[in-house]
Design a protein around this ligand. Structure first.
Ligand code: ADP
Length: 399
């Protein structure tokens, strides 16, 4: 069975083609690539097939339909035979950012689902519309193709009201849907399950705090296998400081800036989403560059790293309190999986919980980076959001 996973953005599309084989349902990547600069000059598509060099073609891609068509052409190239035809494809799984309160799990896409994704665009105006463009392009090109939507928000629908309500007049929630939704759900759910497996215990019996630390970062508390709180909010701007996003602020700050600095909503949004975070504090959005400055003792980089570490520590501490204990702290995504010094700095403050770091294991990027006596385990788990989307799509197509 072959499944295509699509992540459709405003001017780019990323894809991965999987083959599911054997009784154990192994997911093998046959090809991956993307379309870039859709609707802009200099557009291109590429394809990296297993064991081959990347194929990269420049062509005109005025819209998502043309881009998907170009990807389909690459995958069905008769000389390469990755797919003999599109009929070889059992279905397509899409990453959809915001499912609002309508979706607590992945679903087969039909007209009602498209409408609900469109209705939720008000909550994710930068993400849901381009996600929908990918879905609609495939529907127009291949009307019988089965498509599945996998939502970043779905797993967090288990949060209780005390975690998702904001302290605003209740009608802001009931009428305007203003509440915490949370994001990175496919990643948090996947690494929580992998961590339980690594610890040899059922996920349902564990209290876990998963730290997805990448360009965008969020932290989730799991109890009984369910997300009970998460650091991102109604939008992915909330929570800890990120590459370019400010994370949590005194909520009056944006209003104050608009009142006193003559800035528009768009300007303040840019300030908080694109000019804040590590970039705003030290001029580097990338953790590798920031760490280089930190190691050299540059003041801005040192402050940025100390702030990043401090915020992660505060969320872990808060969630350990919310969960009344924690069995495992899980690190994932670009920073979580690779940045050993940041992990070590974060974990230094949890000796009071009985956490004992295994420095050699941390340096070696092993799965468990705490000692056998440690009362709380810390783990490093590689996230694989595309595989979760492929796996959910497989399950729904076989249901
Ligand atoms: P995204 O949210 O875009 O998926 P990633 O999960 O790829 O982001 O994470 C990107 C972040 O991870 C960047 O800040 C990058 O500097 C950091 N990162 C990636 N590889 C390493 C590494 N080897 N060491 C330290 N940081 C890394």
């Amino acid at each position: 069975m072959k499944i295509l996973v699509i992540n459709s953005g405003s001017s780019s599309i990323k894809y991965k083609l999987y083959e599911v084989t054997g009784d154990n349902h192994d997911f093998k990547v046959l090809a991956q690539g993307g379309a870039d600069r859709i609707g802009i000059s200099g557009a291109s598509v590429d394809c990296k097939r297993e064991g081959e060099h990347r194929e990269h073609i420049y062509l005109d891609l005025p819209d998502h339909k043309k881009a998907i068509n170009a990807i389909f052409k690459l995958l069905t190239d008769p000389e390469k035979n990755t797919l003999r035809s599109l009929g070889d494809l059992s279905g397509v799984g899409h990453r959809v950012v915001h499912g609002g309160e309508d979706f607590s799990k992945s679903v087969l896409i039909n007209g009602d689902v498209v409408k609900a994704i469109r209705d939720n665009s008000v909550l994710a105006p930068l993400h849901n519309p381009p996600n929908l463009m990918g879905i609609q392009a495939i529907h127009e090109l291949e009307p019988t193709m089965k498509q599945v939507a996998v939502f970043d928000t779905a797993i967090h629908q288990t949060m209780p009201p005390k975690a998702y309500l904001y302290g605003l007049p209740k009608t802001q929630y009931t009428t305007h849907k203003i509440r915490r939704y949370g994001f990175h759900g496919t990643s948090h759910g996947y690494v929580a399950a992998q961590a339980a497996e690594a610890l040899g215990k059922p996920l349902e019996e564990l209290k876990l705090i998963t730290c997805h630390l990448g360009n965008g970062s969020s932290i989730t508390a799991f109890e009984g296998g369910k997300s009970v709180d998460t650091s991102m909010g109604m939008t992915p701007l909330a929570g800890i400081l990120m590459g370019t996003r400010s994370g949590d602020l005194d909520p009056y700050i944006p209003l104050h800036i608009m009142q006193t600095q003559d800035m528009t909503v768009d300007q303040v949004s840019s300030l908080m989403n694109k000019q804040g975070g590590l970039l705003g504090l030290c001029g580097n959005r990338d953790m590798r560059d920031t760490m280089e400055g930190y190691r050299k003792g540059l003041e801005g980089c040192t402050q940025a790293i100390e702030k990043f570490v401090y915020e992660v520590q505060k969320y872990i501490g808060a969630y350990a309190a919310a969960l009344n204990g924690v069995d495992g702290i899980v690190f994932t995504a670009g920073i979580g999986e690779n940045e050993r010094t940041v992990r070590k700095l974060i974990l230094e403050n949890f000796t009071y919980l009985g956490l004992k770091m295994d420095d050699a294991a941390n340096e070696a990027n092993e799965t468990v980076i705490t000692t056998a006596e440690s009362k709380v385990a810390a783990l490093v788990i590689h996230t694989d959001e595309e595989k979760v989307i492929a796996s959910d799509t497989f399950d729904i197509l076989n249901a």
